[in-house]
Design a protein around this ligand. Structure first.
Ligand code: PTJ
Length: 267
């Protein structure tokens, strides 16, 4: 497949490289066509957040790691965008937390299921649930193809990580008394609003940071992890994220033009 080379000195090289990765995985059948739009929406919010991991996201990561580490049946649900952008880190997270990995798609097709499973296995996953006839259970509250889940995975899970979701399933899982961890750059999305713990950050930055947090918290006693989780308020965390965007926009609005072109010789 022909890739578009991104000049490394391009001022937006990192963002363009991530975009190119998604395009390539779209062409190879991992990412749904709607996944490209979803990414664009995420990019817009990342701009508003200043394209870096903020303090409220770090706090949410601690709560998320505590939830995964203290869960009886933690499951990481993987869709096309998540596999394309963070397969290796998601596999690492599963290893560190003892979580199972399940493929769960909104735009489900057996070809995409298999392509995502292969990508996860290439990244080191020993077992991938939810593929083919393994997704034999259903969550009746969900209208979409996401209702099909693995009886050994999401169905029996007490904690589910759902990076890049659509809100319906999050709502249904919370109604089923499961703890839901979301990674979503948009603090206003239904997923972000319904989840138990929302990490408002880019999946590309959030998952490796979550692995590190889980490694550190993995050394702590259960009591400490329970306290971290009990002290976390998603409402407060979302307020912080929305306030951050608000303040940042107010500051930038004062300046109007906030990027200037440096002249030759200037630093
Ligand atoms: O692979 P499938 O078939 O399961 O389909 C996956 C998509 C992403 C197409 C599907 O879940 C979907 O339509 O999602 P939505 O409703 O567009 O929601 C995606 C959310 O993820 C939006 O709130 C985006 O802001 C957010 N988002 C997009 N890219 C990123 C992101 N959040 C974190 N990191 C990103 N890189």
């Amino acid at each position: 497949m022909k890739e578009t080379p991104i000049p490394p000195r391009h001022p937006r090289a990192e963002s363009l490289q991530v975009r190119e990765r998604l395009v390539q995985y779209f062409k190879s059948g991992v990412v749904a066509d709607a996944g490209l739009f979803a990414h664009g929406r995420g990019e817009a919010f990342d701009y508003l957040l200043g394209e870096r991991t903020r303090r409220n996201a770090l706090k949410a990561m601690k709560a998320a790691a505590a939830a995964l580490l203290t869960a009886k049946h933690p499951v990481i649900s993987v869709n096309g965008n998540a596999a394309a952008l963070a397969a290796k880190d998601l596999v690492n997270l599963a290893q560190v937390t003892g979580a199972k990995i399940e493929v769960n798609l909104f735009y489900r097709s057996s070809e995409r299921e298999r392509a995502i499973k292969a990508l996860l296995e290439k990244a080191g996953a020993k077992q991938v649930l939810g593929v083919g006839t393994a997704a034999s259970a259903t969550i009746p509250e969900i209208g979409s193809e996401r209702r099909r889940v693995d009886p050994e995975g999401v169905l029996v899970a007490d904690v589910v990580l759902v990076p890049l979701e659509d809100g319906d399933r999050t709502e249904a899982l919370v109604r089923m008394a499961k703890k839901v961890i979301a990674i979503d750059l948009n603090p206003l999305s239904r997923t972000a609003q319904f989840a138990t713990v929302t990490i408002v950050d880019n999946i590309v930055r959030a998952v490796p940071a979550l692995v590190k947090t889980a490694e550190e918290l993995g050394k702590e006693e259960q009591g400490k992890l329970d306290t971290i989780l009990a002290n976390f308020s998603n409402k407060r965390s979302l307020t912080e994220a929305i306030n951050l965007i608000n303040q940042r926009l107010s500051e930038l609005a004062q300046k109007g033009r906030y990027i200037s072109i440096s002249q030759k010789g200037e630093k």
